[in-house]
Design a protein around this ligand. Structure first.
Ligand code: GLC
Length: 707
């Protein structure tokens, strides 16, 4: 291979189909024929892909096949709920299934790599990319990582429906300063290792084919140039031997970080840190020849990177079958079944935050129902952020879903206000609709573009004049004693305590994807009991952020009877809704917690059993969480650490038992030297429906040395 051909294999450029960053790309065809581009992103469609693949395979000197990559984040053409919504299922099998379905659909469009799963733990809903991730907890993030990697990649990476998974954004992107995307991150190594590394370690264990460093710097060192985290930790400690692909133009942006004077120096920093593919910066192609001349890098480093890229292409079957992805059109029945799965997953992602007087599910076929708000008939918004394929207009809106589910009901519709406009003139019509309806469904929240990348928000209330609309409708409904159900569409927890206190029911819908309206109607009508549990706490106020359950106690933990303790003068410390909160149409009582053995050594497993009774009148699914609290250790431990979850579905009056088994090694923590340690001593085992300690059953056992 010539140097130009080698650097081509280390280059990924956009082919102009979709822009996910500053537009730099030009026409790639000549470069493909010359062998100086080996990878493309943001181009899909079997015919177009095969057209370019044929140039690479049959017209270039070496015939090395192209790798086509795309952000398949929550579905491809069939859209599933956004990742934060899917996390609310707490169902690894469902996470893997939706990933494998998305992979099949993207592979049918010629794609061989997805820039997913996004594994950034986030405890800051100001950060718009919380929408793309697994929520606030590292253990949950690790479960998502494992399920998604296995779902995308399947048992055999060379299979026609398999996608190479890219675990991103490595690492500690979530705690950006002030929740502002791309801003600097400055946290302790302990936090990096305890909170942000575990999902990536799980992704590597699951066999993730690639990893993408974050745009951000960590304590002044950009991840794209972070030799210690990329070489010593990712490849060394975690044993990752796959491909590291930069984020979009991130290598060139080392210049803006202020750590590289020019492109050759930026390219050298990235290659020396172990980045194999340069996405969109043209830094390797244009910079590395100069880096070599300056002696900043060695030819062997380039060869090692090329070897990793070619190995991945070999593992994907691209050399043996360069046209297999996209060779077969999917059958209509397959697509229909996938839409049905998207409906099921979307329904299970909905989190019922409040349901006063059990106003939900709706009484059978109400005479008249008013659907009010700017998200009621907003098909495009249901797609959420990171929907990369053209909007085919097939998303089901709330209005359409309710009309389909309630054919005998008169369903009125008034948008009232825009999502983010200043005009309030439509509120009067909304108030008039209240007077005609037996129940009000308010559809409120964010536009899809208000979360995701480059979409941080400093205020987390409803945008535009939606609060004025909601208050007018609630006031009018209260006068008539008409129930109000509020549905919130967002890529993050919102700060809406005023709504939670006034609406009779509040349903967090996030962005449910293609089948949004049917899924919501399934839950509102009672055809499906809601079972989603929020994977991030919902703050009462932006000032509480970051608010999350795994906080350390500090030396003066909050005490309402003691002024000199850690609390606010103006709001409680607790979030509005805790991690794991979510109601169903059942009513569950947990009892008879059994924890064994009472003395546990590192070689054993912790066995936990708890009885669950459905005291409600409807069949429903309950998710039970297992937390631990190490009350005395050589390092101050979080008040709660998530170590397990399990679900059980029970009929009305039915009693069941949930069992959870946890290897004692999960109770290790990072000691003073940041190395894993299993310390003897007491540990609390807590089980319950959320991270709200008031509802947890607890027992204390003793960890003992294995002897
Ligand atoms: C974007 C995102 C990254 C995405 C990539 C390709 O800037 O940071 O998550 O995979 O570019 O679209």
């Amino acid at each position: 291979m010539t140097l130009a051909e080698k650097l081509g294999q280390l280059t990924m450029t956009a082919a102009g189909y979709a822009v996910t960053g500053p537009v730099i790309a030009g026409d790639s065809t000549a470069a493909i024929r010359a062998g100086t581009i080996g990878n493309l992103l943001n181009l899909f469609g079997a015919d177009r892909v095969h057209e370019l693949q044929r140039i690479a395979v049959e017209e270039s000197r070496l015939g090395i096949p192209l790798l086509f990559a795309l952000d398949v984040i929550h579905g491809h053409r069939t859209l599933f709920p956004i990742p934060l919504a899917e996390a609310a299922l707490f169902d690894p099998a469902a996470w893997a299934l939706s990933a494998s379905e998305a992979a099949a659909e993207a592979a049918a469009d010629g794609i061989a790599m997805t820039f997913a799963p996004m594994l950034d733990v986030s405890r800051d809903p100001r950060w718009g990319r919380s929408a793309e991730g697994p929520g606030e907890d590292p253990w949950l993030g690790a479960q998502v990582a494992q399920a998604k990697v296995r779902g995308f990649q399947g048992p055999e990476l060379a299979a026609a429906q398999a996608l190479a998974a890219v675990a991103k954004h490595y690492c500690a992107y979530g705690p950006v300063t002030a929740g502002r995307d791309y801003a600097s991150v400055d946290i302790s190594e302990r936090s990096v290792r305890e909170v942000h590394l575990p999902p990536f370690a799980a992704a590597v264990r699951a066999g993730a084919a690639a990893v993408m460093p974050a745009f951000t710097d960590l304590a002044g060192i950009p991840l794209t140039a972070h030799r210690e985290l990329l070489q010593d930790v990712l490849r060394g400690e975690l044993g990752f031997d796959g491909v590291i692909v930069s984020d979009y133009n991130a290598i060139a942006e080392l210049i803006r970080h202020g750590v590289a004077a020019d492109l050759p120096q930026a390219a050298a920093l990235a290659l020396n840190a172990g980045v194999d593919i340069d996405m969109m910066a043209n830094a390797y192609r244009a910079g590395l020849p100069v880096s070599l001349e300056r002696g900043l890098v060695q030819p062997a480093q380039i060869d090692r990177a090329v070897h990793r890229v070619l190995t991945l292409k070999q593992r994907l079957g691209l050399f043996d079958h360069p046209y297999q992805r996209g060779a077969v059109r999917e059958a209509p029945a397959t697509l229909a079944a996938r839409r049905q799965l998207a409906r099921t997953v979307a329904a299970q992602s909905l989190v019922l935050l409040r349901n006063e007087r059990s106003v939900l599910p709706l009484a059978d076929s109400p005479r008249c129902l008013a659907v009010i708000g700017p998200l009621a008939d907003a098909a495009a918004e249901m797609r959420g952020p990171w929907a990369m394929t053209p909007d085919d207009g097939t998303q089901v809106t709330v209005l359409a879903g309710l009309r389909s589910a309630l054919p005998a009901t008169e369903v009125l519709h008034v948008a009232g206000v825009e999502i983010d406009g200043a005009d309030r003139s439509g509120i009067a019509a909304a108030v008039r609709a209240v007077a005609q309806a037996e129940i009000i469904v308010l559809c409120l929240g964010e536009a899809a573009g208000m979360s995701g990348e480059a979409a941080s928000r400093a205020h987390l209330d409803l945008p535009g004049q939606q609060r004025a609309l909601a208050q007018a409708v609630i006031d009018a409904a209260r006068e008539r004693r008409t129930p109000v159900v509020a549905i919130l569409f967002s890529g993050r927890p919102l700060v809406v305590p005023w709504l939670a206190e006034q609406a009779d029911a509040v349903l967090a819908a996030w962005f449910p994807g293609s089948e949004a309206g049917h899924a919501i109607a399934d839950v509102l009508s009672g055809r499906v009991s809601p079972c989603g549990r929020t994977p991030m706490a919902w703050p009462r106020a932006v000032g509480q952020i970051p608010v999350y359950f795994a906080q350390r106690p500090g030396g003066r933990p909050a005490d309402s009877n003691n002024h000199f303790t850690s609390r606010y003068l103006d709001v409680p410390n607790e979030p509005l809704f805790a991690f794991g909160h979510g109601l169903s149409y059942g009513r569950f009582r947990l009892s008879n917690l059994q924890v064994s053995p009472r003395q546990l050594n590192e070689r054993e497993r912790l066995e936990v059993r708890v009885d669950v009774l459905n005291e409600g009148s409807r069949t429903a699914r309950e998710t039970v969480f297992l937390f631990t609290h190490d009350v005395l250790a050589s390092v101050s431990r979080p008040l709660l650490e998530l170590k397990g979850f399990a679900a059980i579905e029970l009929q009305p009056g039915e009693r069941g038992t949930v069992t959870l088994s946890v290897p004692a090694t999960e109770l290790r923590f990072l000691g003073l030297d940041l190395r894993p340690v299993f310390e003897a001593g007491e540990i609390e085992i807590l089980v319950g429906p959320s991270a709200d300690r008031r509802h947890l059953l607890a027992q204390t056992i003793e960890l003992i040395d294995a002897g």
